[in-house]
Write a protein that binds this ligand. Sequence first.
Ligand code: PRP
Length: 197
Amino acid sequence: MPAPKKARPGTRTPRERVRVLITGARIHKRIQALAREIRKDFPGEPLHLISVLKGGVFFLTDLARSIPGEVSFDFIAVSSYGQKTHSSGQVRLTRDLDSSIEGKTVIVVEDILDTGMTLRYLLRLFQQRKPKHLRVAVLLDKPERRIAAVRADYVGFSIPNEFVVGYGLDYAERYRNLPYVGILVLGPGLKKKPAED
Ligand code: PRP
C-alpha cells in the first residue's frame, strides 16, 4: 500500500489500531482451497508463480507450499507514480524477472487487486513474453476501487473498500508481518491518503 500522508516510517502512533477482518486460520483454509483449485485446472503441469514485491510474498510462499507437484517461482517489482486512482496513473518496472516465462504456465500472485493498474501493466508485459498460460491469483479483491478492466482467475476474499493491512499489506512499511488481514483504524487527526478514502 502507498504510505498514507501523515505516516512517519519507524514511529508508532498510539492513535491507530488494527481491527481483524480475516483471521489467519481463514486465510490458511482459503489458500489450501485455492491451491487445490489451481492444481485441478493444470493437472500434472509445472507451474511458475510470479509474485509482485513486496506485498505478494506472504501469499506466494503459503500458496506455493500448498500446491502439490512441480512449482517454481520468480519475483518482479513495480512502482507507481501519479495517482493510481486515475486511469492516467503510470506503473514502472523496477525489478524484472530472473528467467524467461516463454512456454510456461504462469500464475501471477498478488496480495491485493485494487484499482487494477498494476495488474493491467503486468498482464500486458507478460503476455508479450509468450507464456503457455497466464493466470492471476489474488488473496484480496476490492472490486469497488477498480479502474482498469482486469480480473483475477483465483480470488481469496472479496473485501469492502477499507484500508487493510497485514499478511503482506503495509501502512508506511509496517504491519506486513501480521498473520491476519485487518482494517487500519486511525484516530482523530490522522488521515489516510485521499486515494484510500
Ligand atoms: C499493492 C499490491 C499490488 C498493488 C495493487 O502494492 O501489492 O501490487 O498495490 O494495487 P492496484 O490494483 O491499485 O494497482 P504496493 O504498490 O502497495 O506495493 P507493496 O506491495 O510493496 O506494498
